[in-house]
Design a binder for this molecule. Sequence first.
Ligand SMILES: [Zn+2]
Length: 300
Amino acid sequence: MKPAVIFDEIYLKHDLPTHPENALRLKYFLKSLPEFDIDLLKPKPVSYEILTAVHSENYIEDVRISCSENAPGFFDADTYYNIFTFDAAIMAAGAVEKAVELVKEEKYKKIFCAVRPPGHHATKDRAMGFCIFNNVAVGAVKALSLGFQKVFIVDFDAHHGNGTQEILQNIPSIFYFSTHQYPFYPGTGSPEENRENILNVPLNAGSGDYEYAQIYTELLPQKIEPFQPELILVSAGYDIHRDDPLTDLEVTDKGVEIIVNSIIKITNNLNIPVIFSLEGGYNLHALERCGRITFAALSS
Ligand SMILES: [Zn+2]
């Protein structure tokens, strides 16, 4: 079965060229896509039913009105919006929702949602950390609504996905696993926050391929297999790369390859689908190489 990438031009219109989270990121990430035999699909807007299961109606309305009446502006010190941001954000969340539908219908087993804005810092009622709506949380809630019994989320972004953890932590059929630089933005993600369905693996600045290889080839399968998930969602943040300007991790191209291949291998062994959603990653050339590595793994 061929893999698929979900993308829409609207993701490039949410943009602030002087900001690290800009449209060029996605263009570079997708540069190598024509080298692969991967279906390119369009998203649809997220359903209101699922979006309101993840975010408060007041917050959704605040985003919509801000973008239509007060743009451009900032929701917090580092989360900008323009007149396209609401539309891009509902299409980003909608991409993951659609991906869940497609794997449920067994049309695909491996899908990459090449979306912006990213999602894992967005909480129930707050935009933060460049994120508007929590795309992966939308996917997890959608999956349960379609009858998936258990969903395992792997978040390898350099930052802790505080929003994903906060939104989903009381749902025992969803497991949230995160590796992240710590202490670091957004301040959460310590082992004290761990519970039955939350595993935070904080990593010191300077951690690199060796630490990541151990975690992703040994610890991760040990945690996934007994949980018996029917779907894996991945918050794919390439700001773990040593060339990233915002972080202090030392993961090389090889390390990224080990992480992504390990996730694919686990899903193959369990014979379950996997959906990736783009989170961070702010060095354009590293993003291009990470895209190629990821598309190769999805195609393998
Ligand atoms: Zn990040």
